[in-house]
Write a protein that binds this ligand. Structure first.
Ligand SMILES: Nc1ncnc2c1ncn2[C@@H]1O[C@H](COP(=O)(O)OP(=O)(O)OP(=O)(O)O)[C@@H](O)[C@H]1O
Length: 242
């Protein structure tokens, strides 16, 4: 089904009304209503199979073949980052970043912003996993997206690299202020990065939580543990399973 796309006022980046998606007769998204204001950093949590990627793909307009209904509006300029960098192995890093765009200077600047200055002529297989994700972020940035959709972008990285990438993503957001919808399994990642956290549960938004703490946030901030507990409770994780 082709998403219904129309231009929104500047104050709302994404609007979903009654968004429904089903696979083989099974309803995965069950009439979701959601507004994401322009420039808001939103994380989407939920159990495996709860429909997070289905929701993200719908917003990205990448689900033309699925069964569904509802109204969906999203900005014109949307970039998507996935768990794997999806760099084309036969193109050098700068060419990957520029793919489908022009303006070499912008590409170089984007690579410098993500800490990859000097790696423009490297091949993707010469990059570490973290560097490849940096390049993927540069590729998304160069398009100056109004909305950045990220599906577990750090899920395959080791813990230390992930922490560095969190800082980088937040820094890039501060500078460019796109709206962000970040799909993650990681409650702490959501709490440290996002200003609003949604929990997807049985096809609906089960919890919509505003995280009202300044940035940069420390993983050890005791005030964040209150948010963690509410999120874990919404996810059905009891103390015994933490
Ligand atoms: N193209 C498809 N065809 C059939 N079933 C699908 C398709 N895409 C998703 N599903 C099903 O929809 C459900 C939700 O999948 P989705 O990938 O959105 O979940 P998720 O919350 O992102 O999971 P995970 O955290 O494990 O990535 C799953 O049961 C999945 O098998």
């Amino acid at each position: 089904m082709a998403p219904h796309t129309e231009q929104l006022t500047r104050s709302t980046a994404v609007r979903l009304r009654g968004l429904t998606r089903s696979f083989d007769g099974r309803t995965v998204l069950d009439g979701i209503d959601l507004d994401i204001p322009s420039g808001q950093f939103v994380a989407l949590l939920g159990h495996s199979g709860s429909g997070k990627s289905t929701l993200l793909r719908a917003v990205a307009g990448l689900d033309h073949e699925v069964t569904g209904s509802g109204r969906l509006t999203a900005p014109e300029r949307v970039s998507v980052v996935f768990q794997d960098s999806r760099l084309l192995p036969w193109r050098r890093v700068l060419d990957n970043v520029l793919l489908g765009t022009d303006g070499e200077d912008k590409g170089r600047a984007a690579l410098a912003e993500v800490g990859l200055a000097g790696r423009e002529r490297a091949w993707p297989n010469e990059l570490s996993g973290g560097e490849a994700q940096r390049a993927a972020l540069a590729r998304s940035l160069v398009r100056e997206p109004e909305l950045l959709l990220a599906d577990e972008p750090f899920g395959a990285l080791d813990a230390l690299t992930r922490i560095k990438m969190h800082a980088l993503l937040r820094e890039l957001w501060e500078r460019h202020r796109p709206s962000v919808l970040l799909v993650t399994h990681d409650v702490d990642e959501a709490i440290v990065l996002a200003d609003r956290i949604l929990v997807l549960e049985q096809g609906r938004i089960g919890l919509d939580l505003t995280v009202d703490r300044p940035h940069p946030r420390s993983y050890r901030d005791p005030l964040l543990s209150e948010y963690r507990e509410r999120l874990l409770a919404a996810l059905g994780v009891t103390e015994d399973h933490k």
